[in-house]
Design a protein around this ligand. Structure first.
Ligand code: GLU
Ligand code: ZN
Length: 309
């Protein structure tokens, strides 16, 4: 294996793609293409109850509209279940996972400490006394035994140390619905696809030490990581419906030029000095991880007005 960069777009077809997704996709594409690297596309559709019909086609349209291309046919997670099962079997064989029958409310009641938004409480290890050979009669999830919290060097953030003992604790790798959880599927796929760099939003920062544990136990080489700060609304909260419709499909429908949005995002990343239309490919010589601010990017009314939305 050479050292050529290979990244991936990994949209979840669970809803529409927003301005924040576009910012991450743009950085991902510029990083890969400016170094002559490859970029693959993976549809993360294993979270089946939340998958929305048509969302996959829309994500592809959004990427094309932004002027971002990819290599090879899309990889679709629901077609890869045997790979995830094999990885789970390996973790079971080595007793690195145990069956957990706790419901969400069991965990909320047993866990007392306050917890980070989106992360849920620290799992109180109620079921940690079980072995991988135990098979409870009620539905159960498989939890990974967290032994330590790998630190890593992020291309945007620098050194990142997150103590999993304080954030989430033992985590689910296989859901009680009988389907793989994100943490396991993403590692199996990134390893199998030969991904060298994972570029994604920094809401997933706490997932990285978990995934590094799985890479280690599956004896797979871990990629490098770049986590981009999120795009937030004027109230400082993650972009959502309450901030108005900032779906890429809505911008498209309103006749916003993709170059206008790309220019706004490039300005927010410090690659150009003022908000002006620019095509993604014209940014290739300007791409730089170092100029990206570490704080979230606040999307203001005047920004949207500046791009004609
Ligand atoms: N599918 C995830 C998302 O859309 C991205 C996961 C990842 O990049 O690891 O948020
Ligand atoms: Zn449990």
């Amino acid at each position: 294996m050479g050292t050529r960069v290979r990244t991936r777009f990994a949209p979840s077809p669970t809803g529409a793609q927003h301005v924040g997704n576009a910012r991450t996709y743009l950085a991902n594409w510029l990083f890969a293409r400016s170094g002559g690297g490859e970029i693959l596309l993976r549809i993360e559709d294993i979270d089946s109850p939340r998958v929305k019909p048509g969302a996959m086609e829309q994500a592809l349209d959004d990427l094309r509209w932004l002027g971002l291309d990819w290599d090879c046919e899309p990889v679709v997670q629901t077609a890869r279940l045997p790979l995830y099962e094999a990885a789970l079997d390996e973790l079971k064989r080595r007793d690195l996972v145990y069956p957990c029958t706790c419901s969400r409310s069991d965990i909320a009641q047993a866990a007392s400490a306050p917890h980070a938004e989106h992360e849920g409480p620290v799992y109180p290890r109620t079921c940690a006394g079980r072995t991988a050979r135990d098979a409870p009669v009620e539905p159960f999830a498989w939890r990974f035994r967290v032994s330590d919290s790998p630190v890593f060097r992020d291309l945007v953030r620098g050194d990142v140390a997150i103590d999993l003992g304080q954030v989430g604790g033992d985590f689910v790798v296989w859901k009680n619905t009988g389907t793989p959880a994100y943490q396991l599927a993403v590692v199996v796929d990134d390893a199998a696809m030969g991904i060298t760099h994972v570029v994604r939003g920094d809401d997933l920062l706490p997932s990285t030490p978990r995934q590094l544990l799985i890479y280690r136990e599956l004896n797979a080489a871990a990629p490098a990581f770049a986590h981009l700060p999120l795009v937030v609304g004027e109230d400082g909260r993650r972009l959502a419906k309450r901030h108005g419709d900032t779906r890429l499909s809505a911008l498209r429908a309103a006749g916003v030029c993709p170059e206008s949005l790309v220019g706004l995002l490039a300005w927010s990343c410090g690659w150009i000095d003022r908000i002006e239309p620019v095509a993604a490919r014209d940014l290739l010589p300007k791409f730089d991880w170092q100029t990206i601010p570490h704080e979230p990017f606040t999307l203001r009314r005047e920004h949207l007005a500046a791009i004609g939305f």
